[in-house]
Write a protein that binds this ligand. Structure first.
Ligand code: FES
Ligand SMILES: [Fe+2]
Length: 275
């Protein structure tokens, strides 16, 4: 099925009685590349933005953008909306349109402007149909609040991802001395920087486990996650699931944590991280 709104060039293609309910303007500490990556990333909505979305099922995506069916949270948990994000890369802007559910016809326009290597200006305009001036003011306030939160969450993800990309972890598997096992146990969970990237060591099921602390998908930090009873962690950015004991995917999406290091203890009670 082709995108229903093929481009981001036309404001209000259905000629609805539209009102600009508000504007949001901020600078994010992220490159334009990270910002576009974020715009195209439909998969993070119910995880990174778990306060605003409980589901996001992709209908279609392409160079033009993406369209998905989403669900809200709380009282809106049963409310389904079809959202389409249409990108006009040349003009450095995109529009997010609600096609069904919620407030059909809503258009949210965003302009991205490069301010520096790691600085992008984000200007958002909320176009809402069928509203009085008073209703528009109220809706604008709510949207301002929502977009501040969404962009705060996005900015944190983009910064963390950039740091992970900048770290350029090597492929060298060099053993790391961890000190006395008794001291190690009292300091868990612990993050260890190694030549091949950060590794998390923690106790699970009365044994020490070690696993790469960056998600193999888009490099989210994994060290602060608490495993469930089966030893599965869920990545906070897009919800991929991994076993911390085997490194295998546990959600059928196929990604693996990578080469799993192990903690070995010698006769003197000294612990070592080995691959
Ligand atoms: S970074 Fe996407 S699931 Fe972890
Ligand atoms: Fe986002």
């Amino acid at each position: 099925m082709p995108p229903r709104q093929h481009n981001a060039l036309n404001v209000n293609p259905d000629a609805l009685p539209m009102r600009v309910a508000g504007r949001y303007d901020r600078v994010v500490c992220a490159s334009i590349a990270r910002a576009w990556e974020n715009v195209r990333d439909w998969e993070h909505l119910p995880y990174l933005h778990a306060n605003s979305f409980s589901q996001c099922l992709l209908e279609e995506e392409g160079d033009w953008g993406w369209r998905a069916t989403t669900k809200g949270v709380g009282q809106a948990a049963d409310q389904t909306s079809v959202i389409e994000v249409a990108i006009d890369a040349k003009a450095s802007r995109y529009v997010s349109r609600t096609l069904e559910g919620g407030l059909p016809g809503v258009e949210i326009w965003t302009q991205l402007t490069v301010l520096g290597d790691r600085q992008t200006r984000v200007e958002v305009e909320f176009h809402l149909p069928h509203l009085t001036e008073l209703q528009a003011a109220k809706a604008g306030e709510n949207l301002l609040h929502l977009y501040t939160q969404l962009w705060d969450e996005d900015e944190a993800m983009m910064i963390a991802r950039q740091e992970a990309l900048d770290a350029r972890d090597g492929r060298m598997r060099i053993d790391v001395a961890l000190g006395a096992i008794n001291d190690l146990r009292t300091s868990l969970p612990r993050l260890i920087e190694t030549e091949s990237g950060p590794v998390c060591i923690r106790e699970f099921d009365s044994r020490l486990v070690a696993f790469p602390a960056r998600c193999p998908h888009l490099k989210a930090p994994l060290q602060d996650l608490t495993p469930d009873q089966s030893g599965t962690i869920t990545c906070p950015w897009h919800g991929y699931k991994f076993s911390i004991t085997t490194g295998q995917s546990t959600d059928g999406r196929g990604l693996q944590l990578g080469l799993m290091p192990r903690v070995e203890v010698d006769d003197r009670g000294e612990a070592m991280l080995r691959w």
